[in-house]
Design a protein around this ligand. Structure first.
Ligand code: SAH
Length: 251
């Protein structure tokens, strides 16, 4: 049987949020390749070899996956959320671009997943109910000045925003700077949601006014959703508040 490569999104955590196509690809796979905690989410079974690696070697991992598939293996590269959102799909295509002839016959497909911002927006209501932007706050792969520029322009245009990779042990400072910038531009009552480990047993959802937001509210398992100027809260005592952005902007 000839090999193939599927680049699949495992969603935010709960296996109930895998798509049927992702479940089918994993059931048919001989090999799963990915970052250690994501590979661990795939149940062990006979005939399935797991290749779990550290996150910092993405293109190497992608090349390894391509080579396995070219040898005839049925390979699923797993990402959390959606594989095209700050994840492995682009890394695989970067690896492919480096040696396109070597893999010219190989079937490669991308299987989407539920990305963190959509799971988080759903968990609190519909913060992303109108126009929005997604920004990766890590400056590992781009200069911080570009992050600041994009933050400012997105907020100036009154997009709701989803911030991925807000804060890590290696980058403790950046998110504080980002928050200071947002506090300079937005009104103090602007709503901001910290959604941690959405759809897992450790899920924590906290929505505060921007003036009350502190850097410590975010970590690497948090996606931060900043509302637009129209985002509001419906209080539902006993049910949990709903945070949403109306679909229309008054003319
Ligand atoms: N491909 C992933 C994003 C990878 S970047 C996706 O589509 O969701 C990693 C960042 O995603 C984390 O730092 C965090 O900001 C966010 N994230 C991933 N899973 C999450 C979850 N279950 N809850 C909250 N944020 C999550």
């Amino acid at each position: 049987m000839s090999g193939w490569l599927a680049i699949a999104g495992l969603g935010p955590g709960d296996p109930g949020l895998w798509t049927a196509d992702v479940a089918d690809a994993l059931a048919a796979a001989t090999d799963v390749v990915g970052y250690i905690p994501y590979v661990a989410r795939v149940p062990d079974r006979e005939g399935l070899t797991k290749h779990a690696t550290d996150n910092r070697v993405e293109v190497e991992r992608a090349t390894h996956a391509l080579s396995l598939a070219a040898k005839g293996h049925r390979v699923v590269v797993v990402s959390s959320g959606d594989p095209g959102v700050f994840a492995m799909a682009a890394a695989v295509f970067e690896a492919l671009e480096q040696a396109p002839e070597a893999f010219s016959d190989l079937e490669i497909i991308v299987l989407p997943g539920i990305t963190a911002m959509l799971a988080a927006s759903a968990a609190v209501g519909a913060i992303l109910g109108h126009d929005f932007c997604a920004i990766n706050l890590s400056d590992n792969l781009k200069p911080w000045s570009l992050i600041e520029k994009r933050l400012c322009l997105a907020v100036e245009a009154d997009f709701a925003c989803a911030f991925y990779n807000p804060r890590s042990k290696a980058r403790p400072e950046g998110f504080g700077r980002a928050l200071d910038l947002l506090k300079d531009i937005c009104e103090p009552k602007r709503l901001i949601t910290f959604a941690r480990a959405v759809s897992t047993a450790e899920e924590r959802l906290v929505t505060v006014s921007l003036s009350d937001a502190t850097p410590e509210m975010a970590d690497m398992r948090t996606v931060v959703l900043l509302g637009s100027s129209l985002t509001r809260r419906i209080q539902r005592p006993g049910q949990g508040d709903i945070i949403y952005t109306p679909r229309s902007v008054p003319v």
